[in-house]
Design a protein around this ligand. Structure first.
Ligand code: SAM
Length: 209
């Protein structure tokens, strides 16, 4: 039985590896110097909603390894101020600032405040919690992550400023959506081509009221 399970695990990993190596966006990111295939998700979201070229103060929550930061640096004005936050360290990116911390910590909020000193134009978040294997627990964790990002947007995002948040299809966002609509407008859901079809992830794009 154990042997069978091990064999299945090996087969799944081999399948994953071969799909990853041949993935269009993995190949493209290697060629174009982006750190993650996720970079193309932000590029495609921006192609549709066009917010990067007018954003001068950008906050990226859950930024490691830094693909979205690279995209932000590339497509925002030359003197833009960009801050990435993550629990994990990243290799530095010229012209981009990084703070290591958990977005639920007060220190992170204080740092963001002192860094920008004024309201920001764009808040992006590609975060998802580590899976526990328990669907209910995972869902609650997703909700609290999205809720926290929206709370942070209420503190720092300027009127008309854009927000991009990773959410999950089929998630029960009921109450959260109600509070979200209080502070955000033009709320849209979008799944970029670079997001794998089999993944339930999608992105919520909106503007601050
Ligand atoms: C999918 S990755 C982001 C990839 C990134 N957009 C890119 O293109 O390189 C999600 C990140 O969110 C971070 N994360 C998840 N929960 C977090 C939290 N509570 N505070 C800070 N970072 C968090 C994880 O450490 C992980 O690095």
């Amino acid at each position: 039985m154990k042997f069978k399970l091990l064999k299945k695990h090996k087969k799944d990993s081999t399948k994953w590896l071969s799909r990853h190596i041949n993935d269009e966006f993995v190949l493209k990111s290697k060629k174009e110097g982006f750190r993650s295939r996720s970079s193309y998700k932000l590029i495609q979201i921006n192609q549709k909603f066009n917010f990067l070229n007018s954003s001068k103060n950008i906050l990226d929550l859950g930024c490691a390894p830094g693909g979205w930061l690279q995209v932000s640096k590339k497509f925002t004005p030359i003197n833009s101020k960009i801050l990435g936050v993550d629990k994990l360290n990243i290799e530095s990116i010229p012209g981009v600032n990084f703070y290591k911390g958990d977005i639920f910590e007060d220190e992170v909020i204080n740092y963001i405040k002192s860094f920008f000193e004024k309201k920001i134009d764009l808040l992006i978040s590609d975060m998802s919690p580590n899976s526990t294997g328990n669907k209910k627990v995972d869902h609650l964790r997703i909700l609290s992550l999205v809720e926290r990002v929206v709370d942070i947007s209420n503190l720092f995002l300027k009127r008309e400023g854009f927000i991009v948040i990773k959410i999950f299809q089929g998630g029960m966002y009921g109450d959260l959506m109600i509070s979200l609509k209080e502070s955000l407008k033009n709320i849209k859901n979008f799944k970029p081509k670079a997001s794998r079809k089999e993944s339930p992830e999608m992105y919520l794009i909106a503007q601050k009221k």
